[in-house]
Design a protein around this ligand. Structure first.
Ligand SMILES: Nc1ncnc2c1ncn2[C@@H]1O[C@H](COP(=O)(O)OP(=O)(O)OP(=O)(O)O)[C@@H](O)[C@H]1O
Ligand SMILES: [Mg+2]
Length: 464
């Protein structure tokens, strides 16, 4: 429906408003027209009556009187010059006078009311009009005249005004219609067109809107839409990358498990070698391989990025942290980095041991990499203490601190890494695992003097 469109609505409203304005102008101007018309007759009558002055006894022939009256378009004229003298031009009336209008003190409302009344009678009437003579030529002038000529003139005038109003409203509505079309409707259509194009392929960055409007409100809408589309496109691309990565990881995982299993079989053989060094190393190698295989299997069996639910057991923390330190120590070869711990023997935790190994391993690993990258010597310390509500583990280092860029999205996968060769997964994995235990992993502090991460593991209440 045309009138439900923006241009249609504007067209309709403009016609209504302009007509309303015209009505408000119409009534007073018709009233003014009537007053002017009557005043003009009074002035013509005054001029006609002056002919009487030229005669010595204010008397003229009836023919002349009729002619003067006809010229003035009235039936009778009475001009009162002063208290004593009246000039009268008259001819007999064929009907009584039906109304008298005094123009001398008529207010605006009276004029409007009298003008409206004129439109109603349909038969001829005689009216009397009283006014003030012009140029102070007397006290009062009074005429009688037929009503119909006045009515006809007023109808003619009204009709003219009506058609003029109609013309004005059509022209102004048309102008507004085209203005609205070019200022509003077309830009809105373009906006919708862009949205539709973008919707069809939101990954195509060339379809993001390019704001160009000079109208402030439209420009704001375009800018917001541009932001929205840019963010959405970036998110979709990121998702796409993650999906591809996920697939790649699953494939690698699948074959890696086979490779590791072969390595495990070979290690089994090595265990049989009767060499004291081999005997010491082989069990550790087996354990490492075990861990790697389990990790592959878990990832494959869950088939998603989430960590599996923790298998909670109670174990002494010292043993676990020693294992981490030992593993990390293997990666150091005289780098000037010391890794140690300050944990009392009695500190036990209830957690998934393998998962906690990965959490502390990631934190210590990050610290080692940070110190190494700084090119200075440094220390890494793992501390822990039991509290009433759980266990608090602090992993501190004397490294260079976390770069500001990395701090913003530290725990978000693929976002926090600023390290060359880093994937930005380590802290995300660690935080997710700790959350899975109902605990928290937080950055306790970081500065040029070092960094500390705090893990809090609540006391596990075993389900009944
Ligand atoms: N102890 C630390 N000292 C200084 N910077 C750190 C420390 N721990 C983390 N960071 C910074 O935080 C970033 C994110 O760490 P995260 O473990 O999530 O990813 P990554 O180590 O870069 O990659 P990944 O662990 O996946 O191989 C690192 O790139 C590093 O810049
Ligand atoms: Mg890391």
């Amino acid at each position: 429906m045309f009138f439900n469109s923006l241009s249609g609505r504007f067209l309709l409203l403009t016609i209504v408003f302009v007509m309303l304005a015209e009505v408000l102008i119409f009534v007073p101007s018709v009233a003014r027209f009537r007053a002017d018309y009557l005043q003009e007759r009074l002035e013509l009558a005054q001029l006609a009556s002056l002919a009487l002055l030229a005669t010595p006894d204010d008397m003229i022939t009836q023919e002349l009187a009729d002619e003067l009256l006809e010229n003035a378009e009235v039936l009778n004229i009475v001009l009162r010059r002063n208290e004593m003298r009246e000039l009268i031009l008259s001819k007999p009336l064929n009907a009584p006078i039906s109304d008298t209008y005094d123009l001398r003190d008529a207010g605006a409302l009276t004029l409007v009311r009298d003008a409206i009344i004129v439109f109603f009678p349909s038969e001829e009437k005689i009216i009397r009009v009283i006014g003030r003579p012009i140029k102070g030529a007397g006290l009062e002038i009074e005429t009688t005249q037929y009503l119909m000529p006045l009515r006809d003139a007023m109808i003619e005038y009204g009709r003219n005004i009506f058609f003029l109003s109609l013309l004005i409203s059509v022209i102004s509505s048309a102008m507004l219609f085209f203005a609205v079309r070019s200022l509003l409707v077309r830009p809105i259509r373009r906006l919708v067109g862009n949205m539709t194009r973008y919707r069809d392929n939101p990954e195509d960055a060339t379809r993001v809107i390019k704001p160009d409007s000079k109208v402030i409100e439209l420009r704001a809408a375009q800018d917001t839409l541009q932001d929205l589309q840019t963010q959405l496109t970036a998110h979709l691309k990121q998702k796409e990358r993650l999906a591809q990565l996920g697939e790649a990881v699953a494939k690698i995982n699948h074959d890696l498990r086979n490779v590791l299993t072969t390595t495990q079989l070979l290690t089994d053989r090595i265990e049989m070698v009767e060499d004291p060094v081999v005997a010491r190393i082989a069990p550790k190698l087996m354990k490492s391989l075990d861990r790697a295989i389990k990790l592959c299997e878990n990832t494959l069996s869950f088939g998603k990025a989430e960590e599996p639910a923790p298998e909670i057991t109670r174990f002494p923390l010292v043993g676990l942290v020693s294992e981490v330190i030992e593993g990390e120590g293997l990666r150091l070869n005289g780098d000037g980095i010391k890794i140690g711990m300050e944990i009392a023997d009695g500190v036990d935790v209830s957690a998934d041991r393998e998962q906690m190994f990965r959490v502390i391993g990631n934190l210590v690993g990050n610290a080692r990499q940070a110190i190494l990258a700084s090119g200075r010597d440094g220390e890494i310390t793992v501390k822990a203490k039991s509290t009433d509500t759980g266990t608090e583990i602090l992993v501190s280092d004397t490294g260079p601190g976390i770069p500001e860029r990395a701090q913003e999205k530290l725990f978000q996968p693929f976002q926090g890494s600023v390290r060359k060769g880093g994937t930005g997964l380590g802290l995300a994995i660690a935080a997710e695992i700790v959350r899975g235990h109902g605990g928290t992993l937080k950055l306790a502090e970081t500065s040029i003097f070092g960094t500390s991460f705090r893990i809090f593991l609540p006391v596990q209440t075993k389900p009944e």
